[in-house]
Design a protein around this ligand. Sequence first.
Ligand code: SF4
Length: 105
Amino acid sequence: MTRNVKNCVGCGRCEIGELVSLMEECGINLFISTGGTVARRKVYEDRPDAVIAVACERDLTSGLQDSYPLPVFAIVNKRPRGYCMETGVAMSEVRQAIKDLVGGS
Ligand code: SF4
């Protein structure tokens, strides 16, 4: 997968296509990071109002600390083959985080 989500054609073999659609629908920026350092730099540069972060526990923990006082919804990634291999996203958790952020039901 590329870091540029615009290259995704939504083939359905991973969650990126669904994430792209959901983010466009909700007006949320989606950024794919190759690691915690890149993600932290992006947060620092973009200064968002809030972050929904999907990563392993280690990156989430350090990202939460470094993003303070920004509100961060931390979602542990799916790792059917172990760390950093074919990781995935629990879309139901992302949808719930968006609802919590915008105050929907
Ligand atoms: S859905 Fe996943 S596998 Fe399919 S084009 Fe998009 S990024 Fe690639």
